[in-house]
Design a protein around this ligand. Structure first.
Ligand SMILES: *[C@@H]1O[C@H](CO)[C@@H](O)[C@H](O)[C@H]1NC(C)=O
Ligand SMILES: *[C@@H]1O[C@H](CO)[C@@H](O)[C@H](O)[C@H]1NC(C)=O
Length: 200
């Protein structure tokens, strides 16, 4: 598939750029560690509205984590459309980058990692072949992994990496799945995922 070649070329270029700049491994997806101070300043000034919304979401998650965390029981997790867990996790991870003093938020984020990696897969039982819910979880875990790498202990690093890598391998076995519904989204998450894990 042409798409696979395009991805390989992009990854190659990206790899060269990373080695060339010799920057820290993570974050490397949307910003690097050098950008974080600026992002934190912007969160207090020009981008306060966005930061406020992230903070509000984080406050909700801190109040009652169990309402947001993926259930560790796969039957429960898979019993309904489950993309909301990943969507919330992504927002929380960004908030944790912007406000590193909020240790409770970081603790909830660690619980998200832990719950996601404890599940055997991220599918919905009623539609096991549907990759879209998997993609939502995968984007979130891969992005959060990139954003919060320095806070993860070795155990969670390894498990998050392995689980994301396995999910993405399962996903790419059948390239025809890239056709049809949501294909732009699938290609985008594939890229996010590859870029996030590439440095390993
Ligand atoms: C999962 O789906 C299958 C068939 O689609 C059904 O037989 C089974 O009871 C479901 N499992 C759960 C835990 O809902
Ligand atoms: C990958 O696929 C295998 C078999 O097709 C399945 O047993 C496994 O749970 C899947 N892993 C993930 C992480 O989805």
């Amino acid at each position: 598939m042409i798409f696979n070649h395009v991805v390989k070329v992009i990854l190659l270029l990206y790899g060269i750029q990373i080695t060339h700049e010799k920057q820290a491994d993570h974050p490397n997806l949307y910003f690097s560690s050098r950008d974080i101070n600026r992002l934190r300043q912007q969160a207090q000034t020009t981008h306060r509205d966005i930061f406020f919304r992230l903070k509000e979401a984080a406050e909700e998650m801190k109040k009652k984590p169990s309402r947001f965390l993926p259930p560790r029981d796969w039957n429960k997790f898979a019993s309904r459309w489950n993309e909301d867990h990943g969507n919330n996790f992504g927002a929380l991870a960004m908030y944790c980058v912007l406000n590193e003093k909020d240790l409770l938020a970081r603790d909830v984020a660690m619980q998200f990692f832990d719950a996601f990696v404890s599940l055997p897969n991220w599918r919905v039982n009623a539609s096991m072949v549907d990759d879209v819910p998997v993609a939502h979880s995968l984007v979130a875990v891969a992005t959060a992994y990139d954003f919060m790498y320095e806070y993860l202990d070795d155990n969670l690093r390894t498990k998050s990496f392995k689980r994301s890598w396995m999910s993405q391998r399962n996903f790419t076995k059948d390239p025809s799945r890239f056709l049809g519904e949501h294909n732009t989204f699938k290609i985008t998450w594939q890229l996010i995922m590859s870029l996030s894990l590439l440095v390993h």
